[in-house]
Design a protein around this ligand. Sequence first.
Ligand code: CTP
Ligand SMILES: C[C@](O)(CO)[C@H](O)COP(=O)(O)O
Length: 403
Amino acid sequence: MPLVAAIIVAAGRGTRARPHALPKQYRPLAGRPLVAHSLEATLRHPAIAKVLCVIHPDDHAIYEEIARSLDHDGKLLPAGFGGATRQASVHAGLEALAGHMGRAPDIVLVHDAARPFLSPQLIDRAIAAAELYGAAVPGLSVTDTVKVVGADGCVAETPDRAMLRTVQTPQAFAFPALLAAHRAAAEQAIDGFTDDGAIAEWAGGTVHIFPGEARNVKLTTGEDFVEAERRLSARHDMTVRFGIGYDVHTFGEGDHIMIGGIAIAHERGIVAHSDGDVVLHALTDALLGAIADGDIGTHFPPSDPQWKSASSDLFLRDARERVRRRGGIIDNVDVIVVCERPRIGPHREAIRARIAEILAIGTGQVSVKATTSEGLGFTGRREGIAAQASATVRLPASPEGQA
Ligand SMILES: Nc1ccn([C@@H]2O[C@H](COP(=O)(O)OP(=O)(O)OP(=O)(O)O)[C@@H](O)[C@H]2O)c(=O)n1
Ligand SMILES: C[C@](O)(CO)[C@H](O)COP(=O)(O)O
């Protein structure tokens, strides 16, 4: 059995997918950052022993959070830092693999973080082709007629489309040969290869083509994200689930309170075992309700000292992961805060952004509202604060999703 490693290249800036607050590989797709889809596909594949993601140094914190959320049994290696071009990023990944793995892999797959629809069958074909040929890329026949256009903007040539293929990733190679080709290109300062097949070819190798998959598209523009979301939401094997949550905390000593993961200055603090964030607690219960998985107290008992003063984003992240492990997608969450003071309006956008970040969804999927209780009851008497939340989740209609 060959030792197989995969490199996921995720160090680009996603300029063609802008404007968006995040580089495209961290932008949510079906409730998960884009890069998490490719990472999961490779981590789950039994023939791949190690996975290494190449990231931009500026993205270290966001990537580490995603890496922590993945089940990988030690299969995910520490991230490598990429370069200014895709070629430089792949080279950095190959060098990192050579350094991190006691025994260098026999075969390496190089895959774009921007291709989230990577199937196990395509990985199987890539590994088989690399074993057989040493260098192989997935290709699709061209169904449109392709023109070569001259500098004058007019057609210069119409190549025979039977000879043309569009190529995708994962591209698969004998590891030593691809590393040597990248090193040779770097030594000669030859840059600008847009795929690894081209580097292998430049180094004198023969590159084979195996069948790619039409669904294995690369998300390059904002429209590609819209289309990918549409494809995923058009799945008929998902069922819509709805959950609610409610939480109350008493005001006590202190000078701030946590609301939706944001510290807000206030003349009172909160009495609680954790940080007492009613918004994150209500949202946690809403998500757990949607998947019928108990409540926040079931998973984080207040009697357990380890949750003393815990930051409540931990609870919400746990609920998010429970949804994900069932193959679920968070469609939207809505929360209403009930208090006379502090005023929530000035903090609303910060709270929405923080919740969206914790849940790895878009801010457009997060609603935050507030009301007073007109002086009535415990909130009216300013003795405490309450929050109600709802969540809509889609779960696979399969037994695993419903279990
Ligand atoms: N310096 C770079 C450039 C690209 N990539 C990765 O290569 C893959 C394919 O590149 P592309 O889709 O072009 O991504 P970007 O370079 O980020 O996009 P753009 O060209 O629009 O900026 C992506 O997963 C991207 O993160 C990389 O690791 N390092
Ligand atoms: C590697 C690749 O995905 C194969 O089609 C493609 O060449 C990457 O190009 P990009 O400009 O870096 O997106």
